[in-house]
Ligand binder design. Structure first.
Ligand code: ATP
Length: 256
């Protein structure tokens, strides 16, 4: 069976100039995948291209087996892709309830509160008056109320206290486990992302330099940190890891 989201040899960028090159990645239903990498690596460009707000320069993007390259952004959204951008895209002058209604989900408010009960006492408050954490909850609640097949979140923790992020992340796990939502998460705080993710990809200078299970990436800090530098540094780190493995003392044999 094909993955829910498949990105093949994607070239993405601006004015015909690729800032993401030859990117292959996939996200299965019920899986949380972290897209990591330093500033300017191309993470936001990748998400924006998947949601079709930015035209792809090459390659393919498939959702549940069908290419979405010819689809307009609203059609991609209707097919079950929810994109929570870095600025959270809330209507600041509208109340929480109105923001939820605008999203257009039937029973939207009820469903949103099921994901984030903390929003209930805030329903009549304008979104612009909410704290950063409450705003992020609202933007996620609005996305989850639509019951998306794929949820993409850009910089979930931007401007939030770690304690707030720790309250929000389990909701993503619940969406993946209970609804089978595929989650693609861009996150600067690598340890937070790897704590909740199943797998991760690292982009550096627009190219994929490392991928693996979250546990593998978390256990290989040196490799992960080097991957943020990209290019020859990652080759050196892989070589060093190989050397370390070979140089490990051989345990004595039991002859016995
Ligand atoms: P950050 O965490 O800083 O947002 P990122 O990994 O999300 O980093 P992108 O925002 O995708 O990276 O940027 C990738 C490259 O594309 C950068 O070199 C950036 O300067 C460039 N870029 C981003 N937006 C535009 C734009 N609208 N027009 C031209 N170039 C852009």
């Amino acid at each position: 069976m094909s993955a829910l989201l498949e990105v093949d040899a994607l070239r993405a960028g601006y004015d015909g100039i690729a800032v993401v090159r030859d990117l292959d990645l996939h996200v299965d239903a019920g899986e949380i995948v972290a897209l990591l990498g330093p500033n300017g690596a191309g993470k936001t460009t990748t998400l924006t291209t998947i949601s079709r707000l930015l035209p792809a320069l090459g390659g393919d993007i498939r959702l549940a087996g069908s290419s979405i390259l010819g689809a307009r952004p609203h059609a991609v959204a209707r097919r079950g892709v929810a994109h929570v951008p870095e600025d959270r895209s809330l209507f600041h002058h509208l109340t929480v309830t109105e923001n939820l209604r605008v999203a257009g989900a039937r029973d939207g408010t009820e469903r949103a509160l099921d994901w984030f009960p903390a929003l209930e006492p805030l329903l009549r408050r304008r979104a612009g008056l909410l704290s950063g954490g409450e705003q992020q909850m609202l933007s996620l609640a609005r996305a989850l109320a639509l019951d998306p097949m794929l949820l993409m979140i850009d910089e979930l923790s931007l401007g939030l206290a770690p304690v707030v992020v720790e309250r929000i992340l389990p909701v993503l796990r619940r969406a993946a486990d209970e609804q089978g939502t595929a989650v693609l998460l861009v996150e600067q705080h690598v340890h937070l992302a790897l704590d909740v993710a199943d797998r991760g990809y690292v982009l550096s200078h627009g190219e994929l330099v490392l991928s693996g299970t979250a546990a593998h990436l978390a256990d290989n800090r040196h490799l992960l940190e080097s991957s943020y530098l990209g290019g020859s540094e990652i080759d050196d780190a892989v070589e060093q890891e190989r050397t370390e493995v070979h140089e490990r003392p051989v345990p004595p044999r039991h002859t016995g």
